[in-house]
Design a protein around this ligand. Sequence first.
Ligand code: ASP
Length: 593
Amino acid sequence: MYKTHNNGELRMAHVGQEVTLSGWVQTIRDKGFMMWIDLRDRFGITQLMFNEEVSDPALMETARQCGREFVIKATGKVIERSSKSDKIATGDVEIQVTSFEILNASKVPPFTIEDESDGGDEIRMKYRYLDMRRNPVREKIIFRSNMALEIRKHLIGQNFVEVETPCLIKSTPEGARDFVVPSRMNPGQFYALPQSPQTFKQILMVAGMEKYFQIVKCFRDEDLRADRQPEFTQIDCEMAFVTQDDILNTFESLTKHLFKSILDIDLPDFPRMFYDDAMKLYGSDKPDTRFGMEFVELTDVAKDKGFVVFDNAELIVGICAEGQVEKYSNKDIKKLTEWMQRPQIGAKGLIYVKCNADGSFKSSVDKFFDADALKNWAEKFGAKPGDIMFILAGEEEKTRKQLNELRLEMGERMGLRDPKVFKPMWVVDFPLLEWDEETNRFHAMHHPFTSPKKEQMESMLNGDHETMKGLRADAYDLVINGVEIGGGSIRIHDRALQEKNFKLLGFTPEEAEEQFGFLMGAFEYGAPPHGGIAFGFDRLCAVMNGVTSIRDFIAFPKNNQGRDTMIDAPSAIHDEQYEELYLKSTASEEVVS
Ligand code: ASP
């Protein structure tokens, strides 16, 4: 037997018992006549004690051969420690070792297996099995497992059925590139890995499953960032005979359940905000509402007053940073302006109005606007003495986006984005279509299966180009602390409307039939009204832990180049594989030329 107990388990109540423990060597302290080993497993650390007076010298000799991360087994009596530790749960006791065995040796690990490791990202990813021995990483993987369990419990309790959908499919457009897999049995043809199970879950509704969910891997070949991985997991759901409200209520209740069961946090009802309002107030469809600092528009009062920047602008809009006058010297404002002018943000400039403590104003537009005008602005902003107003002007959409960046940055600097505070919200009524000036065509804002609002269906079938721009969808996102946790929509369940949508999106009838004939065909056999949603599982885990990187919640993540450095993938394949798959080997062609 390797273990009578785990290493996080023993307490004073066990004193006197003989136990056997196994695990990894965390630390060894050797005083000659006495030595101690901290023995670690998934559950904790227990101190082993060797004492010349009671332990066999041969046994101590064996123990001395151990290094960090050796795998050992020890048997002995649980005794009360003379100097107790309140740092670990087993800190009142130790094991007086009477039998000891090295189960496996270990090389010296390339980084320290401690909460704060000395290893950089790349080395820790290459030796992920060592990294996962560290508490912070292991805890996140366990957190994820607990979440998955609670999701299943909650949804199955609500009559959902978990159904697995295939991984080798035909491309489903969710706006990213597909990963493709060549088919050996069908020369020259390829499967695509699902970007999401979208069409399958809709087919499940036609199949009468009514409430479907799946915790499912999705694959998108996109450029990577800290919060993106080429393969990631969604909590994917679909329901039949539902309205937008039914879906929001169901998944609000799931989210509340997860916060309560996992973090013991009671979330109040989630506010719902129209997409148009979110853009107007925050310049973003995923506002961080842990703090206010909402946008205030000045176009009406500040345009056509002789200041050319404002006069040429489509929109003049700003935010009020409370109590920041003292903190921002002219030099600081210059730095902030330069920050806004970086290509990532691309603002032309930044206008400020300081509301001084004595009630006077100091601004970068003093030449054009007198104290009365500035006072009027301050009233609009609700600005008090001590506050600074920051104002941007320019083309509407761009200016809002830039101000969103400034708002988030100011929120960060002012300590208003507390990772321990959670502000979930629904953003609803997204536009159905987005007009792309460059390619001169519409894109689906969510995806091509999203339904316009019921009252707009008629005008979608018959309206003109401008009408299409105004279409709104029953499409919604769950946002927590400025992070998009997930989104979904009520779907089209009618063939004619789906055909029309494909047409607007630039599909020829043949292309639509070729790619999605199976779905439109299914709609002809009694498709119920339906809709659904998908949450990013990795992201939800990260947000609930107050961190931005999703990597640690994935047992074996890829790096920024999309590589798994532990197994060294992707990798070349053999010539025979190219042949079998009817592929041309570019590698061998290069050799030939
Ligand atoms: N398939 C969508 C997505 O992955 C979610 C949905 O519409 O249910 O974003």
